[in-house]
Ligand binder design. Sequence first.
Ligand code: ARG
Length: 459
Amino acid sequence: MTDKKLWAGRFAAPTDAFVEAFTASVEFDQRLAPYDIQGSIAHATMLARQGILSDAERDAIIGGLERILARIEAGGFQWSVELEDVHMNIEAALTDDIGIAGKKLHTGRSRNDQVATDVRLWLRAELVEIRSAVRRLQHALVDLAEREADTIMPGFTHLQTAQPITFGHHMMAWFEMLERDHARIADCGTRLNVMPLGAAALAGTSYPIDRDYTAGLLGFDRPAENSLDAVSDRDFAIEFAAAASILMMHLSRMSEELIIWSSAQFHFITLSDSFCTGSSIMPQKKNPDVPELIRGKSGRVFGHLVALLTLMKSQPLAYNKDNQEDKEPLFDAVDNVKGSLKVFADMVPAITCNHDAMRQAAMKGFATATDLADYLVRKGTAFRDAHEVVGKSVAYCIQKGCDLADLGLDELRRFSPAIDDDVFDCLTLDGSVAARDHIGGTAPAQVRKAIERARARLD
Ligand code: ARG
């Protein structure tokens, strides 16, 4: 293997040993190898088609690159820090293997357009996986929503009991959050799918290249319009990190609810033992580690977004070495988003609902107070007056230590003569949820319709 630097021509002194290690990226960017090779094969194919390489040189290059890829995949490739990055490691190995033709591969391109192309190809493939992981979690949520479409629980605002809802409705709220994430990630993929290759270092190249042809070979929608922008643009990375951050923010909120609900105080749900761990000192403990860790990982992904924004802020055109710092945040964001989605989707089907605890909780906290106000409105009372009547009834119940449904008709009528004995229907939890029977409402019938629409969207 040639350890001489591929760019050493104008240098008299060798690179400082620490600088060499400090500036190298091969330890992490070797992950781009399959995409680097894919890009190089397309580039060589185009060069030969344009008469810049001979067909024999092209075939030697492609054969050599394929052998290198096989070696990398088998774990038998020797990465060298002296060769700085994935691009020069592969190029040097190619030249070692096929000789002079290997030295011709870099004709009409630069590492600047090469790396920008590699990262886009890599992220494009990862986006496909992330989208299907989002879909998998959505499927799990829809199934759980269907199982628990009739399950009553208290709905909260300010984490104070607000109105009764169904657990299925709550799961479908999560589904909607993920639906937007899925769309955001797809959208990020449309702007990403533009090819930098051909921009070369920054200004383009003097060879008669055919960028449309290379773009077609690599599945890009088109070549990037401007060579300076092509080598310096990392918007796609920032857009992804932003979409990933929003997705992680959603997973964090969902996790937080699972953590609260699985506490002894709430006891709304039980998480499967397989997704919890114990304490080394307190024998009674079963900790919701998985949702806690996902909640924690959200912070790490937000950090990558800020890192990428800060990386690009104030950079003059065109390529700067700063850009090498785009990879680790991106790689880590992708790994953690994928891991979080996977484990969340595995965990959801194993959630058990403690129906009695949820129903008991919904009966506390005057969850049907709004229903009583709506009842009075139906009897001709103005809403503001009805609000006042119910407020007073609630204050009375608090004093007495009971719920609205525990009051007798006579007691209720003290607050408004408009109240009749049909009032008790609207004070029940099932009556309350069933009444919210419009698109987007919590009535079990509506949740079932929402599930049906969701399934149609998923297929
Ligand atoms: N390892 C570099 C990176 O990740 C590749 C591009 C290097 N280009 C350069 N002009 N030094 O950005």
